[in-house]
Design a protein around this ligand. Structure first.
Ligand SMILES: Cc1cc2nc3c(=O)[nH]c(=O)nc-3n(C[C@H](O)[C@H](O)[C@H](O)COP(=O)(O)OP(=O)(O)OC[C@H]3O[C@@H](n4cnc5c(N)ncnc54)[C@H](O)[C@@H]3O)c2cc1C
Length: 384
């Protein structure tokens, strides 16, 4: 039976100075930026802001210099992400490229693919989206039906549909998981491959979906007789499942999985002031303790990834606990507000709470649902 491994990570000596540098930059760039826009900020798309981060060397920080990266450490990158999320910076444009698509190209891409796209991603100019889910394949991702058929001249013809594809309407690239072999109900993971596709390729149509709060951040993506050369395949034919699962460890392990509601907590602290009532003080303390524990666990996962390990079990655990934490915060703040703090109609606290009460149910769906993560954890622990 496997056990959890959450060894502590010591931050290297240069970190406080780096943190100060990031905070000074963010104070300048985000002054006057409203609290409700800062919440859930890693889905806020602002290409101009991403370009500024790119100019500072804060995208693709850990990638090799020859691909536009900066060869900084994973822990420095983790600290940057923490600061961006805590400040509520609009990082949604480049988030996916920095977190998983760039690393996927580094791991599986050809030299030509790396040279063509990584420097633009690191400059904050090329954005990428994740083409995994389909209308009948979400949790059961291995059952995807979008199909690439090899033509006699070696090119591929792709037909099918993706759904919930975040930022596809504003990105240049999608990495699509498609079936290149036959479909066998008993061995669904076999015969899958990934394609790196430019979204303006003829035959690709992107249709935005509007969410509960009127925002359009995810999409349907249709592939109708999309013909591409063999150079568009990412990695080896048939390796799609292995590649996608290693990408999902990166997707699930970051601090964004527990910090989406943090801005609300900070607004609450501001609203209750330095002398809150005893019950409010206790509630605030409990949140702080939980937050700190999650942070140590998440940092430990970052440390394991930096050492080249694949902490899939720990990443799933941090995501599950983190999602529960970020989902529990809005109702908790609402309860505190009802029992003393005045929630006036048009305060930053009220607007942020209103938004998060509506969008937070999705936090435990995106990136894999709670039930699926608990299945992974149970399997990892030898319980199923
Ligand atoms: C905001 C947001 C952004 C997203 N962005 C992207 C993106 O960019 N790219 C992308 O590819 N996808 C994206 N998704 C899709 C997301 O990954 C899926 O919604 C998720 O994996 C669930 O799949 P589904 O919606 O098909 O639900 P289903 O798989 O149909 O699940 C429905 C319910 O049944 C439960 N369930 C399903 N199977 C089991 C099981 N075996 N055991 C127990 N319970 C089970 C689930 O936990 C869930 O509660 C996004 C989703 C959201 C909400």
């Amino acid at each position: 039976m496997q056990t959890f491994s959450f060894e502590p990570v010591d931050l290297p000596p240069g970190i406080p100075a780096f943190r100060r540098e990031i905070r000074e930059f963010l104070d300048r760039e985000l002054s006057g930026y409203p609290a409700e826009k800062r919440a859930n900020c890693w889905t806020s798309f602002d290409a101009g802001f991403s370009r500024k981060l790119g100019q500072r060397g804060w995208i693709g920080m850990v990638w090799p210099k020859k691909y536009g990266g900066h060869e900084r450490s994973s822990i420095e990158r983790y600290v940057l992400l923490e600061e961006l999320l805590a400040a509520g910076a609009p990082v949604g444009a480049h988030w996916i490229a920095d977190r998983q698509s760039g690393p996927a190209l580094l791991k599986y891409g050809t030299e030509e693919q790396r040279q063509q796209y990584l420097p633009g991603m690191a400059r904050g100019e090329i954005f990428c989206c994740i083409g995994m889910s389909e209308p009948n394949s979400g949790s059961d991702l291995a059952s995807v039906r979008t199909r690439a058929e090899r033509l006699p001249d070696g090119r591929w013809k792709i037909n099918g549909q993706k759904i919930w594809t975040s930022q596809a309407h504003r990105s240049q690239l999608v990495i699509a998981l498609v079936r290149t072999g036959g479909y066998d109900e008993k061995a669904k993971h076999v015969g899958l491959s990934q394609f790196l596709l430019e979204l303006d390729t003829p035959g690709i149509t992107v249709r935005p979906i509007t969410d509960l709060v009127g925002d359009s951040h995810f999409n349907e993506v249709f592939f109708q007789d999309v013909v591409v050369g063999p150079e568009r395949m990412l990695g080896a034919e048939g390796d799609g499942w292995k590649q996608v699962t290693s990408e999902l460890s990166l997707e699930r392990s970051g601090p964004e999985r527990y910090m989406s509601s943090l801005v609300l907590y900070l607004e609450l602290l501001r609203a209750v002031g330095p002398e809150p009532s005893e019950p409010v003080r206790q509630a605030i303390g409990r949140v702080a303790a939980e937050l700190w524990t999650l942070r140590q666990m998440s940092l430990s996962v970052a440390g394991q990834l930096a050492r080249g390990q694949d902490p899939a079990l720990e990443a799933a655990t941090v995501k599950d606990l983190g999602n529960s934490f970020e989902q529990a915060l809005p109702p908790l703040v609402q309860a505190i507000a009802d029992s003393g703090v005045r929630l006036e109609d048009d305060t930053a606290l009220a607007r942020t709470l209103g938004l998060l009460l509506q969008v937070s149910p999705s936090f435990s769906l995106r990136g894999g649902t709670r039930e699926i993560l608990r299945g992974i954890i149970a399997r990892g622990l030898g319980l199923r």
